[in-house]
Structures are given as C-alpha cells and as structure tokens.
Design a protein around this ligand. Sequence first.
Ligand SMILES: Nc1ncnc2c1ncn2[C@@H]1O[C@H](COP(=O)(O)OP(=O)(O)OP(=O)(O)O)[C@@H](O)[C@H]1O
Ligand SMILES: [Mg+2]
Length: 332
Amino acid sequence: MSISSAPTTSAPSDASAAAAIEAVDLTKKYGDFTAVDGITFSVAQGEAFGLLGPNGAGKSTTMRMIAAVAARTSGQMRVAGLDPEAQGPQVRARLGVIPQQDNLDEELTVRENIIMYGRYFGLPRKYLTAKADELLEFAQLTNKARARVEDLSGGMKRRLTIARALVNEPEILLLDEPTTGLDPQARHILWDRLFRLRESGTTLVLTTHHMEEAEQLCERLIVVDHGQIMAEGSPQGLIREHSTREVLELRFGMDRNPQIATGLEQMLREAETAMGFSHVEVLPDRLLVYADDAEAALEQIHASGQKPMTSLIRRSSLEDVFLRLTGRTLID
Ligand SMILES: Nc1ncnc2c1ncn2[C@@H]1O[C@H](COP(=O)(O)OP(=O)(O)OP(=O)(O)O)[C@@H](O)[C@H]1O
Ligand SMILES: [Mg+2]
C-alpha cells in the first residue's frame, strides 16, 4: 500500500459540487496502452451530454468508470457527488446503465426482466409490479409484456434495456451507443423516448459515433479520439467554430478527385466573391468544398469550366467537425 503525498490540486472543487458528473484528468491504462488519456469534463444536473468519437476512442471505458464497474488508473471522479470507486453501490443505486451490448435475460419474459432487475436493487415486489407496467408503457412494449426476450426485434430489446435501467428511478442515465445497429425507424422511436427523458429532467450521458444522434439529443458534447478530448461545445457551437455553414460535395470520378482538388482550392481562394470559402477536403470517393455559401462556390466552379459528375449542397454537420479535427471520418 502506498500513500501519495502529491498535492491534490486537481480535486473537484466545491463550486461544482452540484455537478452530476465531474471527471478531472481521468485516465485508464490497460498495461502499456492508454485507453482514456487524462480527460476532464463535467456534466450538469439535467443536462444531455454526449461523448462522440470513433471506434476505440475510449467511450465505453469512460462510461464503465462512471458506472463504477471499472477502476480508473489515475485522476479524480465524482458521480452525484460520490466517488464511484469508494462508494460503488451508492453510485450504482443512483444510475441507470444501458451498456453497449444488451444483457437482457433471454430466459425471462419482457416484464419479468424489469421486475428481476429491480429485485437486485432490493426494491419491493409491490412497487415493482406497478413500476413494470409504467415502464412497459413508456417503452411502448405493453403488448409484449409476456413475450420472451428472444422474440423481440433489436429496437424493442434496446427499449427494454432502457426501461429496465429506469426501474430505480435514476437521476443519471448512462447510454452507451443507444441506437447503434438499429434501422432508421427503430432509431427514431428510441430518440423520441430519450427526448422525453431529457424533458423530464433526467441527466443523460450518451456515447455515439452517429453524428446525427449527437446533434438530435445532446445539448453539449465532447469529441473524443484516442482517449483524448479534441473539442467541447454544443453541436451548433462546434459546427460554427470548426466548419463553414455549408458543404459542397463533388464527384469527378475516383482517380480525378485528388488531382482536381489542388487547382480547385487555389481557384476558390482567389475568387472574388463573398462565398466564405475555407478549404477543400479530399475523401476517397468525393471532394468536400467548405464554404458558407456553397451555391456561390458551385457557380464559381462551373464558371471555371470544371464539370463535376455530381454535386450536392448540404449544411455542415458534426461529421465535418470531426474530419476537420482529426483528418478522419466517423464510421457508422
Ligand atoms: N479490457 C481491456 N483490455 C485491453 N484493452 C482494452 C480493454 N477494453 C478496452 N480496451 C481498448 O481500449 C480502447 C478503448 O476501448 P473502448 O471500448 O473504450 O472504445 P469505444 O470508444 O467504446 O469504441 P467503440 O465505438 O468501438 O465501442 C480500445 O483500443 C480497446 O481495444
Ligand atoms: Mg464502446
């Protein structure tokens, strides 16, 4: 046993005692490999907060440390004012956890899954029978109450996992990739339920590598890559700060894209129109022209004699922010 005599300068301050979650220099190593590399963030009570990042960024590892199921290597952490490492059971009692992989009991019915889970928390049966009905209603699974888990669709299983996590009326809900792998319709049903929870004042912390999900659900987020925070802000704030208002997507044909990019960039830079041009990004299959007024950029390109095979104008997204910050795309 060693007692550290290092000064505790980075201990969470009293001023932020009301934060739902506070992490300071949070680090997790697996042997020599650093999965979470000194991240500092805080989540206010009632906030919808996101961790957006690609595969292997350290999102699940961070969630497991918040949920008191993985120990941190170093750094400080408070969840509902408590230290998850020293006060694991108390922390878990105040959290609802939706892990990346559903871990429902396939042997039990939908309704029994909720009741059994509540028993782990020591909740009384009378409370649980009423609560299960309420949660099934919320998760739009009332007509599946007696079905076995194995007979549910992927979206229904995800909704059941969320319903189950709400059984102890948690003040903080941790959702690790709540909709990854679901089809668009199932995803939208889930977003609607999560939006309701957000409205009800539950603190939501979710991870995703789906930028639209982050834009839809998160008030504020951190962009993580290789265990580090690349940027922090609201979805709109991040887009304003790191991208242009619009993006023009062009295809000239696979081999011609990189070659054309350089000339295009120079031409647009020298063009004397107020299009708010920023830069050109080369992806394997297309070019992305970043400009506040993409229509004006396209006109300029046409006027210069270039004829793209296809062109598409869209608003900037968090995907563009991620590309700008890391040089890579987020893969869904
Ligand atoms: N138990 C472990 N032992 C060793 N390395 C691990 C362990 N758990 C995670 N890692 C590594 O830590 C890194 C971060 O993993 P983590 O699961 O936190 O990423 P993630 O952001 O959740 O990724 P994904 O989007 O794929 O879920 C990865 O490189 C992973 O291989
Ligand atoms: Mg993960």
